[in-house]
Write a protein that binds this ligand. Structure first.
Ligand code: FES
Length: 295
């Protein structure tokens, strides 16, 4: 199964995504990030993806700096308009934003370490803009504490411009390119009545087989008398689970190593955070039939 190509369009952000120097830098930096994450261990990396939560962690954390720095911008504007008593609040929200940005960046690097193609380039640009914003805010906080308030406020405004631009690229990654979005294959309704998908004799013990059930790609796996039926599409980035490997009652995606349990479809290792759909399977007159699980 081929990876989906990003539609070829020609907006400025598309040209940025195709810019060769950015792609080269992303390749080089990704190998560094992967090494750092490997040294942290799989449990830490899974936690950074949000796999134990069943939800991506990075977008949850980004709300903290964006929200806090928005408060800073508003309070700074009011301070410039003469409300001096708001200075302490502005500084506090700025500091909270810095802490939140460090946490969000850590989770973001974990997600980015598995990015491919143009998403990898855009992800690096997104991170670079955020890094500039973080540096500007850190310098702004120091200046404010040292009494250079006007320059500190100006630097904060510059930081806000950079974090807003980074947010645009983050939106492009999620909504334009589907990074972090649960992948389920074709947008069709799974069969609610049993449909025949395969002769039972064709599903060997311990082997996986990909079938279509009313257009839905389904992965069949047989262990003794038990037939498991899961969506064949990895929820991380759409990888073909039927081309992966089986171990300890789980299937591992061949693209980035996400691992799903046959018994319930749960993601037990990332980068996937969402489970794969599970189907009910039975054998009737030598034929394997599947249908969506009844509610
Ligand atoms: S597509 Fe990335 S782990 Fe499956």
């Amino acid at each position: 199964m081929e990876k989906l190509e990003t539609p070829s369009t020609d907006r400025p952000v598309d040209r940025l995504a195709r810019w060769a120097p950015l792609a080269s830098a992303a390749d080089a930096w990704q190998s560094v990030v992967k090494k750092v994450l490997e040294s942290a261990g799989p449990a830490v990396v899974d936690a950074l993806h949000g796999t134990p939560l069943g939800h991506p962690l990075h977008p949850l954390l980004t709300d903290v700096p964006v929200g806090a720095w928005t408060v800073t911008a508003v309070l700074d504007a009011l301070e410039l308009a003469g409300k001096d008593d708001l200075a302490a609040g502005a500084d506090a929200s700025l500091a909270i934003g810095i802490g939140g940005a460090v946490l969000a960046a850590t989770a973001g690097w974990a997600d980015w370490s598995d990015a491919d193609g143009e998403a990898k380039s855009l992800g690096l640009a997104h991170a670079g803009l955020n890094a500039v914003a973080l540096g500007a805010y850190a310098a702004a906080l120091l200046l404010r504490r040292n009494g250079n308030r006007e320059t500190g406020i100006a630097l904060g405004m510059i930081g806000y411009a950079f974090v807003s631009a980074a947010g645009y690229l983050g939106g492009e990654l999620s909504f334009g390119r589907g990074v972090g979005v649960r992948q389920t294959g074709e947008p069709v309704t799974p069969p609610t009545d049993f449909v025949t998908v395969l002769d039972a004799g064709e599903l060997a013990e311990g082997a996986m087989h990909r079938v279509e059930a009313q257009g839905v790609p389904v992965l069949l796996y047989r262990e003794g008398e038990t037939i498991s039926a899961l969506s064949a599409v990895c929820t991380h980035a759409g990888g073909p689970l039927d081309e992966g490997s089986v171990k300890d009652g789980c299937v591992t995606c061949p693209w980035h190593g996400s691992t799903f349990r046959f018994s319930d479809g749960a993601a037990v290792h990332g980068p996937a955070v969402f489970p794969v759909s599970r189907y009910e399977a039975r054998i009737v007159q030598g034929k394997i039939q599947v249908r969506a699980l009844a509610g």
